[in-house]
Ligand binder design. Sequence first.
Ligand code: NAP
Length: 294
Amino acid sequence: MPAELIDGRAIAKKVRAEVAERARKLVARGVRPGLAVVMVGDDPASAVYTTAKAKAAEEAGMYSLNVRLPADTSQADLLSRVDALNTDPKIHGILIQMPLPAQIDPDTVIRRINPAKDVDGFHPVNVGKMLIGERDGFISCTPAGIQVLLKESGVKTPGKNCVVIGRSNIVGKPMAALMMQNNENANCTVTVCHRHTADLKSHTRAADILIVAAGRARIVTADMVKPGAVVIDVGTNRVADARSKSGTKLVGDVDFESVREVASKITPVPGGVGPMTIAMLMSNTVRAAEMTLR
Ligand code: NAP
């Protein structure tokens, strides 16, 4: 029997409805949650992402500030924009769209954001809080969204072997750290794989929950998956497709058609992890605003 689809769009819609309700309550108390999305340069893909984030914020009843800066903006200028947003009372969340132009060091910019407004969860203070299990920080949106996907699809995680492919700071590492935490939505035994992993298949075959964030089209095939495993595909890869109008299509890191015959549950691409990332950004922003009232 083919795997059950984990419907990221439906789960994200539910999260966003909850966020909108929390935003309404905040507005009633005189606080409109505000999200600033800062983009430097005119990369078309980044423009699509920033517009989608601003639109989602508006749909949730939040104040949305879209800051577009020219590609030759200096690091000093960007840092002073971040400083201004850090002290702007209308702004509760700040997001710097990556990648930044070569003259700007992303780590320096991330460290400049007030951790209480770092709704992307990339500031070292928030990364550290997540790692030690403190709950008052922000967790980066993609791993946080995956945890919600698992919970909402009824996947019981305690005691399971969770294998994560990828160790980036934005997906793989925080994902692994979350799944090993001591709580009912985690408590997994976690293995992290990367390009130096010997015999990748021996690890993936042992996974009850397989989370793939490698950025390589369809590298996970059916023979690499344990029958009945839950498979979460984070990858977004554009590949040639003669049948589509644009000549390309979006595929994940998992060979969906073959793996769905083996797995028990699987996320599609698109429509799986992607919608959750924006939903969790909204959730973090509303929480940042709620925290100002405490
Ligand atoms: P990244 O920074 O390029 O990291 C990729 C990781 O995968 C690295 O740790 C790399 O290992 C590992 N890797 C690559 N090829 C591998 C292989 N053949 N076998 C084992 N490990 C391998 O990418 P990322 O930012 O984490 O993103 C991963 C994917 O998720 C991308 O397709 C990205 O577009 C997508 N993504 C989607 C969302 C969403 O919302 N849907 C959000 C974020 C990212 P090394 O460390 O050894 O190089």
